[in-house]
Ligand binder design. Structure first.
Ligand code: FES
Length: 279
């Protein structure tokens, strides 16, 4: 792409809309131009800019796996002007799309390792891309464990996929809701993600941990992982929720000297552990 058209969005059509949780939707998007669709490529961890014409742009990760060709998916919570406008769209409508941007999860370096995915709340989408990517290459990895927590049972996103993963013999899924968020028929755990993680007492041997969630969850999960013996280099996260413009223009994504949109969004704990506390 030349510098002249780097900000020009591609046109994508909404092929399917899935309601994930209250105010949370997943769009399946296909390129209007089939040639663009065929040549489009990305890797797990990358993000993109999605625009509603006349309303502006917003930034989210690509939530589908690069191993699934022909479409991409994004999941968003209706939280502001642009996401509200997005939320009003229907199947068949078009949006603008620019990307992919940002760095990636280095899954080629994780061959033979056990994978421990830990996600909280609406932060499952960046993890979902990575989970499907790794499950589509399942024989490259050892044990796969997914720990996912939300405030309430209603707030759990990708419920059908959580069930699908839980039914697989080669994946261990643990779901939890915050105390008070359970329903009478809830069969999962009750407790905050870091607490449940401590109860699980995961082995750090040959294991990569990937953590996505709100800052407070990330902070306490990192502490729990360190207690369990995980080295900072073996813990990965994405700080994509810190981004605004996504393209190095607004200056609002910095954490200390680090610009999430330019240096990330994927970081190891080793890279961010000495940054100001509120990452
Ligand atoms: S998100 Fe705007 S500069 Fe990084």
């Amino acid at each position: 792409m030349s510098d002249a058209n780097v900000y020009k969005p591609s046109i994508m059509r909404i092929e399917k809309i899935t309601e994930e949780a209250p105010g949370v939707k997943t769009f399946r998007l296909v390129f209007n131009d089939p040639e663009e669709g065929r040549s489009f490529d990305f890797k797990a961890g990358q993000f993109a800019e999605y625009s509603v014409f006349g309303e502006g742009e917003c930034t989210f990760c690509i939530a589908s796996s690069p191993t699934r060709k022909g479409y991409i998916e994004c999941t968003f919570r209706q939280a502001g002007r642009v996401t509200s406008a997005l939320s009003d769209l229907e199947e068949g409508d078009t949006i603008g799309f620019r990307g992919p941007y940002g760095n990636i999860f280095p899954i080629d370096e994780w061959k033979g390792k056990n994978l421990l995915f830990i996600a909280g709340g609406i932060a499952l989408p960046p993890m979902r891309c990575l989970i499907w990517n790794c499950l589509d290459l399942r024989d490259r990895f050892g044990d796969v464990t997914i720990l996912y927590g939300a405030r309430t049972v209603d707030d759990l996103v990708y419920k059908h996929e959580l069930r699908e993963w839980a039914e697989r013999p080669d994946v261990r899924v643990v779901t939890t809701v915050d105390p008070g968020g359970e329903t009478p028929d809830w069969k999962g755990e009750v407790g905050f993600v870091p607490t449940v993680l401590e109860r699980m007492a995961p082995s750090s041997v040959d294991t990569i941990a990937i953590v996505c969630g709100p800052p407070i969850m990330i902070k306490f999960t990192f502490l729990a992982l360190a207690k369990a013996g995980f080295m900072p280099e073996a813990i990965f996260t994405t700080l994509e929720n810190r981004m605004k413009c996504g393209i190095g223009k607004c200056g609002r994504c910095n954490v200390g000297p680090v610009f999430v949109c330019k240096d990330g969004p994927v970081f190891t704990f080793a890279q961010i552990k000495d940054l100001p506390a509120e990452y």
